[in-house]
Design a protein around this ligand. Sequence first.
Ligand SMILES: *[C@@H]1O[C@H](CO)[C@@H](O)[C@H](O)[C@H]1NC(C)=O
Length: 252
Amino acid sequence: MSWTTFALTFPILLPLLWICLYSPQRPPAVLTNKTITLLIAHPDDEAMFFSPTLLALAPHNKVQVLCLSTGNADGLGEIRKGELVSSCRELGVASDDDVVVIDDAGMPDSMTRTWPASKIAQYLERYAADSDAILTFDEGGVSSHPNHISLLHGAREFVAGKKTIKKLYKLTSVPILRKYLSVFDVPLTFRAAARSESEKAFVFVSSSKQVRTAQRAMTDSHVSQMRWFRWGWIGLSRYMVVNDLVEENLRG
Ligand SMILES: *[C@@H]1O[C@H](CO)[C@@H](O)[C@H](O)[C@H]1NC(C)=O
């Protein structure tokens, strides 16, 4: 095959191969049969950013979602709590009781507010004390949202203060050019994961069926959040198709 042929067929071939041939892989042993807490800031973070991870892990683990605000910036707090529960169930969380939503005036849904790490660590102490692993955003928070980034600092404080070893995994933030590559970012993600030598990286790729499930979690569960511009994200974002999480090594 010449390079020209390859360049012309690749944009069609890759999505076709994915749709027809890809079926989800089992999670690695370190993320199987465990108690896992997904720590998010706002109802819909789980569907917009973490759906490949949730869909991969929920069938093989006890997964709990801990959301540290009601997303009340538009005065929709109560509605959004219910939407989050419905979305999490769609994404494989086993019971309504595995979705915890915190409404704390000290942690407002705000683009300009950093949340105190000690407060986040306290909520983790209360709800995630028996979790083997915490999953959350990385230093970039995907969108640089200060609420997202606060979660990592709180999770670090919590994990560092425990005697028993708890793992902390953070969702890699990718540059803006890669954000909207959908399935085309899958090869780039594997390449980046293979290159990170010091850190353990886990890649979760959704099947096309799972992507439709995640899209439904947005359109059918997070009804109050659906605006025309969200279609750009749920249709094109690589976060709807692929997640890579890096294990944070807190002991050296
Ligand atoms: C998880 O638990 C099931 C049922 O107890 C067992 O068959 C399986 O081998 C376990 N998997 C891992 C990776 O520990």
